[in-house]
Ligand binder design. Structure first.
Ligand code: M6R
Length: 606
């Protein structure tokens, strides 16, 4: 979603702002802009499309000033146009915003009555007009922002710059995260620490309702009750190479190839060298848990769906899995002792966070599985289980997915032990198969050339089906999502056994059908479904291990051989070809892999 940056610098700030916006590109955007205050006057430059357009504009029309704010916009209200791009300026106020002002229509009516005329279709402009309105009544910038906040409904991270104030930025958040960075005589504010990374590694995070008044020499923060607040300044691991592609063409490709090492890292935290489940040193006990609710969005939801199979199979604990946006408005009954687990790479997904708060309200036990330990979801949980994937830049989630799966499988195994549902032999068998994940993933990565070859042909398809059974069904869903996201080819996934209940009508010689079918306990069943497709001239891309391919016989359109693995870890291993298939298909189509159209990395609006 929208990226925010603000800098009170000691040098010209425009290049610094644009550079920081580049680091926020991964969040997804359709236009960008910056504003500065110089000699007391506000000025701005905005451009549609990629940041290069803004940079070009700045070459011809430079923007001077040492204090500024910047924004990458992911349109919600009003189409992507230069006019609707941020920063917005109303009178003496400029603002950048991430989130949605839900009552902006109502506010607009009041503002129009006061003589304001909107120049954009955005919800955000009401914020700058409101603050300007209070300023013109003689209020200070801080009081004007305070007054404005009392009128706003919705979610926001906001950053204000004021005419005549070259040593002042005011930042505030409700729902959308903001980080403050402390530099050498300079102060920064950004949507996340990534934006600030090369400038400083000293970061503090604003909490819900905080207002931060920034100057070069001082940051003062007040909380939602207007009391002074101290937000701990932490030194974060910045390592700017974490934001480099390291020779790969795309971040997504780099992140696919990082999976052996990040999963090894993940295992180190959750399983000891001697094969004991250590759960990152966190003491968790499942012995009295009777039911688990798992909630997430997108890829993280498919990780939850896989975990349902694991928890139910290994620990015999019933599991409900829900898409967060449905869960939160269905107002489901949640018993006070329910264990609710929220899975989110970013830890900021608005729907998942709202679902978490709903469960918290009902006194459920709240655990989360996140990749950002400072995120709202991690901080608002009773227990956060980090996935150690390292920063994920590609909009299409890859390594976070397999790391989420690894943590969730470890939890399911712990639950099975606590519930006395598994004997030592079986537990060790699964744990040792988990220890082999990095090497098996390396073997799976070796299929890249074959997958690239197949992908070149898939790129001509207009519809593709994915099939899987049991543990491979959620992965089929994930494979279809990955392909849709970055190649823009319509893809759907079905439980293999469900095909004949309707979707088989779609099968003809033009529709490739990707089947993920390791030689597991359901293989024969899947094979029957594959035969049904082939009997209708369907083109099968069979992804399976050597034995499965041999047993399956002839007649496939294409086959990709995967390493043999324990059935229980197959979703993690088969995630690799699913990701690579999407990646190479997107490459063949020439789409924007790391920033696919219309998508945002972290969805902080509902
Ligand atoms: O940050 P989160 O894991 O909460 O994000 C959830 C989804 O928005 C995310 O998984 C999305 O579906 C990805 N683009 C998938 O590749």
């Amino acid at each position: 979603m929208c990226g925010i940056i603000g800098v009170l610098g000691t040098h010209e700030v425009a290049p610094v702002l644009v550079d920081a916006l580049k680091r926020l590109e991964y969040r997804g955007y359709d236009s960008a802009g910056i504003a500065t205050v110089h000699n007391g006057k506000l000025d701005r430059r905005r451009a549609l499309g990629k940041l290069i357009n803004l940079s070009d504009l700045l070459v011809h029309e430079p923007l001077i000033g040492k204090s500024g704010i910047g924004h990458t916009r992911w349109a919600t209200h009003g189409e992507p146009t230069v006019k609707n791009a941020h920063p917005h300026i109303s009178g003496r106020v400029s603002v950048v915003h991430n989130g949605i002002i839900e009552n902006f229509q109502e506010l607009l009516k009041e503002l129009k009555a006061c003589g304001y005329a909107p120049t954009t279709q955005t919800d955000t402009e009401t914020v700058s007009m409101l603050v300007d309105h209070y300023l013109s009544q003689g209020e200070t910038p801080l009081q004007s922002v305070r007054n404005c906040l009392t009128k706003l409904n919705g979610a926001f991270g906001l950053c204000f710059l004021f005419e005549g104030e070259e040593d002042l930025i005011i930042a505030t958040r409700k729902g959308s995260p903001l980080a403050i960075g402390y530099g050498d005589g300079e102060i920064y504010v950004g949507s996340d620490a990534i934006a600030l990374a090369p400038m400083t590694d000293r970061i503090s995070y604003l909490e819900e309702g905080d207002i931060a008044v920034l100057s070069r020499s001082q940051v003062s923060i007040e909380d939602k009750d207007s009391s002074p607040a101290n937000r701990e300044i932490r030194t974060i691991r910045s390592g700017s190479n974490r934001f480099e592609k390291d020779g790969y063409t795309h971040f997504m490709e780099k992140e696919i190839y990082e999976q052996p090492s990040v999963i090894a890292q993940n295992l180190k935290h959750y399983i000891s060298d001697t094969g004991q489940i250590t759960l990152n040193g966190i003491n968790l006990d499942f012995s009295s848990i009777e039911r688990i609710t798992l909630v997430a969005c997108g890829t993280a939801f498919y990780a939850c769906l896989t975990a349902k199979y694991w928890f139910e199979k290994l620990a015999r604990i019933p599991v409900d899995v829900d898409v967060a946006s449905e869960f939160r408005y269905r107002t489901p009954p949640v018993a006070a002792n329910t264990l609710a687990i929220f899975v989110s790479q970013s830890g900021e997904t608005a729907d998942t966070l709202a679902a978490l708060r709903y469960c918290k309200d009902k006194a459920a036990h709240i655990w989360s599985v996140t990749n950002v330990t400072e995120s709202s979801i991690a901080r608002e949980s009773d227990v956060d289980l980090p996935i150690y994937a390292g920063i994920e830049i590609g909009v299409a989630s890859t390594k976070a997915f397999t790391c989420q799966l690894t943590v969730l499988l470890t939890l399911a195994l712990k639950a099975a032990s606590d519930q006395n549902q598994i004997n030592d032999h079986k537990r060790h068998e699964i744990l040792s198969s988990m220890q082999s994940l990095p090497s098996l993933i390396n073997l799976a990565l070796n299929c890249s050339e074959n997958l690239r070859f197949v992908a070149n042909e898939l790129a001509h398809a207009t519809d593709i089906l994915f099939l899987g059974r049991g543990l491979l069904f959620p992965l089929a869903l994930e494979g279809a999502l990955k392909l849709k996201e970055i190649s823009y080819i319509h893809a759907e996934a079905y439980a293999a056994g469900e095909l004949k209940h309707g979707p088989i009508a779609l099968i003809d010689e033009t529709v490739p059908v990707v089947v993920m079918a390791p030689q597991d306990s359901l293989f024969d069943k899947t094979l029957s479904n594959v035969q049904e497709v082939m009997a209708r001239k369907g083109r099968i891309l069979m992804i399976a291990d050597a034995k499965a391919l041999k047993d399956a016989g002839q007649g496939f359109w294409k086959a990709i051989e995967m390493p043999h693995c324990h059935e229980i870890i197959s979703p993690i291993i088969y995630a690799i070809p699913a990701q690579m298939l999407a990646y190479y298909t997107a490459l063949a189509k020439g789409t924007d892999v790391d920033q696919p159209r219309n998508l945002a990395k972290s969805v902080t609006v509902e």
